[in-house]
Every structure is written in structure tokens, then in C-alpha cells.
Ligand binder design. Structure first.
Ligand code: SF4
Length: 272
């Protein structure tokens, strides 16, 4: 092809590693009424083997004229970081091959939040899966002398996310030294579970009330945690945390020097 230099920017699609996944028995699915095939656990009838996607990557790598083929789309890491790894070699191989051969410098993934309660609301895996991915990512980087970066995508104002949950998120990701430029405040979009909860204030499956920040000032305050290093946001955040009695989170978000700064006011007071 004229002008083609041998680089493919994205051989994935959303979600990149779901290529070739299908039910083991389609007829079972026809009668199924579960709202999700992968949450709260991966359905036994869903084949999550990564054999087909790995074969595709390997074939692409062997094609004459291809120098690099990248995955630019998101990757659903809970589909390979699960119990089936014990018996399926492809689940064990996938992260290493992905990181070594198909990341163009940055791998984007979407943990979206760190708090179990919030993640459950949006049917995302627990944050420990992201920590596990990070461990593998760092190890593959070190062993192969690579400098790839893991870029997580987080959201504020998700259903179930109070100001306190947002502060906990901020405190939890601080020691991980992550590049958190991929952030967003929830914008309700049609046909999503989060939007249903945003507009009704109810979990549609249980009809129990769910807290969702809907007032612009509450949403802005939650979003400000992503920009906590900005002095203006810092002031806003510390004020809001003191107000709800969570001064203990201030040094966790800003560093211990901040604790000295707030001592003598109400630092150390902890109310849950
Ligand atoms: S949950 Fe299982 S049985 Fe139901 S549609 Fe998904 S794969 Fe099929």
C-alpha cells in the first residue's frame, strides 16, 4: 500500500481482548436473563480464552511489512486476571505479549474507581485486579528493559460515590504514582446503568436508593480531587474534608507536610 510504513495504530476494538470470545453453548444464552456475562462472576458458559486473540497478534507480527501493531483500544483485564489462568495458558501469556509487543508507550485501562461499593454499582472488577495488573506490568517492563506506562482512567460522581468515597480514591491512588490525566466526571449518556441511577436515584435491579452527585457544585467538588495539586483545588478539598470530619485523609492525599500545616486545627479527628 503506497505510503504505509508498517505501523498499525490499533488492531483492537472495544474491548480489545474480547476478540473471539463467545458462549460455549449458544442455546443456554437464548434462555438466559442475567444482566451481565462477566459480573459479579464470569459466567461458566462464556469462553474467555485468549487463544484466538493471541493467534491474531502472532499472525499480524509475522506479516511481511508489519513493523509494529499496537492496541489502542481499552483492555478488560479481569478477563485474563481470573481463576481460569490455572488451566488456560493463553490467559497467562496475554499480558506479557500485550505489553512486550503491542503497547505503543502507554497502555490505557479503566479501573474507573477504587472503592468496592462504587465498582459494584457499575459492574466493574475490584481495584485489587488493577493492582495485580500493575504488578505484572511493572515486572514485564523491568524484565524486558521497557519504559511502557500504564494509564488508568478514573471517574468522579459515579453512582454510590460520595465525597468521602472520592477522597478515599484520591488517597488510595496517591502512593501508586500513577499518571492520572485520563479522568472524567460522570456525564449521563443514554442506555447506561449509571445514567438510570443518576436520573432516578435508584438501583434499577433492587430499587434501593443510591446516592449520586447530581448538583453541579457536588460534581465539581468530586472532580477537583483529580486536580488536587492545584492550590485552589487543594484549599477546596481540605475545607470539604474538615467539614465532614475526614481530616485524616488530608495528608494521605497531599503528603504528610500537609498534616503539620493543619495540626492545631482539627487534624487527626476521624469520623466514619
Ligand atoms: S451470562 Fe452466560 S448464559 Fe447468560 S448470556 Fe452470558 S454467557 Fe450466555
Amino acid at each position: 500500500m503506497p505510503g504505509f510504513k508498517g505501523y498499525l495504530s490499533d488492531i483492537g476494538g472495544p474491548s480489545a481482548n474480547m476478540y473471539g470470545m463467545e458462549p460455549i453453548n449458544q442455546s443456554v444464552c437464548l434462555k438466559c436473563r442475567k444482566p451481565s456475562c462477566i459480573d459479579p462472576v464470569i459466567c461458566k458458559n462464556l469462553n474467555v480464552s485468549h487463544k484466538r486473540v493471541l493467534n491474531l497478534y502472532r499472525k499480524v507480527r509475522e506479516m511481511p511489512g508489519i513493523k509494529k501493531a499496537f492496541i489502542g483500544s481499552g483492555v478488560r483485564y479481569d478477563l485474563f486476571l481470573n481463576d481460569r489462568r490455572k488451566e488456560d495458558q493463553s490467559l497467562r501469556d496475554y499480558p506479557g505479549e500485550l505489553i512486550r509487543f503491542h503497547v505503543s508507550g502507554r497502555l490505557k485501562v479503566a479501573p474507573e474507581h477504587t472503592r468496592e461499593h462504587v465498582l459494584k454499582m457499575i459492574r466493574k472488577p475490584g481495584f485489587e485486579k488493577f493492582r495485580e495488573l500493575k504488578r505484572i506490568f511493572d515486572q514485564v517492563n523491568t524484565e524486558n528493559h521497557l519504559k511502557q506506562e500504564l494509564i488508568p482512567y478514573f471517574m468522579s460522581s459515579l453512582p454510590g460515590c460520595t465525597l468521602e468515597e472520592m477522597a478515599e480514591l484520591s488517597a488510595e491512588i496517591k502512593p501508586l504514582n500513577l499518571h492520572t490525566e485520563q479522568v472524567q466526571d460522570l456525564t449521563p449518556t443514554p442506555l447506561t446503568l449509571a445514567s438510570t441511577m443518576f436520573y432516578t436515584g435508584l438501583d434499577p435491579y433492587t430499587l434501593k436508593p443510591v446516592y449520586v452527585a447530581t448538583k453541579p457544585e457536588d460534581k465539581l467538588l468530586q472532580r477537583s480531587f483529580f486536580f488536587a495539586s492545584n492550590p485552589e483545588e487543594k484549599q477546596k478539598i481540605t475545607g470539604a474534608l474538615r467539614k465532614i470530619g475526614r481530616d485524616d485523609l488530608i495528608p494521605k492525599i497531599f503528603g504528610s507536610h500537609t498534616l503539620k500545616h493543619v495540626k492545631g486545627k482539627s487534624a487527626g479527628h476521624h469520623k466514619r
